[in-house]
Design a protein around this ligand. Structure first.
Ligand code: IMP
Length: 175
């Protein structure tokens, strides 16, 4: 249970997150050995996950970030805008998109198309949370930390109106 009034309950503790993120880091390191992948973090929700994941990646890799916007409060507007773009070309690169949560999939659908047009050698998605019940676009993350129900979650980078990203665990938001 939680002592935070905005939380219905804690969903994933710090320990659970650390354990699962380390597993993902090991899995990706094995899959991309010798490929020097580029990890593209989607700001701002990815920040905690990205930093912890990359600490568990043991192969040579590069980092870059994009900032996309489609959300207002607790619902997606469906219209995706690029607020910050990649610094370098991804032509011929193996790209791993690092995202906090896939909900409708509209954001990543847009991003996958966008990055494919730039000539990447491969593109996969690594998301901490997958909320498949809300899917509106065909998006299939290869690496998933946890699957969640149709609940709005906050913490560990995830926000409600830009608040609560700093919580070290993930909880269900009390509306
Ligand atoms: P999608 O385009 O609907 O898949 O939305 C993806 C983005 O919506 C994520 O990167 C989050 O920023 C945001 N989002 C979706 N569900 C939640 C949630 O439960 N809590 C916080 N943010 C969410």
């Amino acid at each position: 249970m939680s002592d935070m009034p905005v939380l219905q309950r804690v969903l994933f503790s710090q320990e659970q997150l650390a354990h699962r993120v380390a597993e993902l880091g090991r899995e990706i390191s094995a899959d991309y050995k010798g490929k020097e992948p580029l990890f593209v973090g989607i700001l701002r929700g990815c920040i905690m996950f990205y930093a912890d994941l990359l600490r568990n990646v043991s192969i040579d890799c590069k980092m870059d970030f994009m900032c996309l916007s489609s959300y207002c409060g607790t619902s997606s507007t469906g219209e995706v805008r690029t607020m910050l773009d990649l610094r370098e070309s991804i032509q011929g690169r193996h790209v791993v998109i690092v995202e906090d949560i896939v909900d409708t999939g509209l954001t990543l659908d847009y991003l996958m198309q966008n990055l494919k047009n730039r000539g990447a050698a491969s593109i996969e998605i690594c998301c901490l949370l997958d909320k498949p019940c809300n899917r509106k676009a065909q998006v299939h993350p290869k690496y998933v930390g946890f699957t969640v129900e149709n609940e709005f979650v906050i913490g560990y980078g995830l926000d409600y109106n830009e608040l609560y990203r700093n919580l070290p665990y993930i909880g269900v938001f009390k509306k």
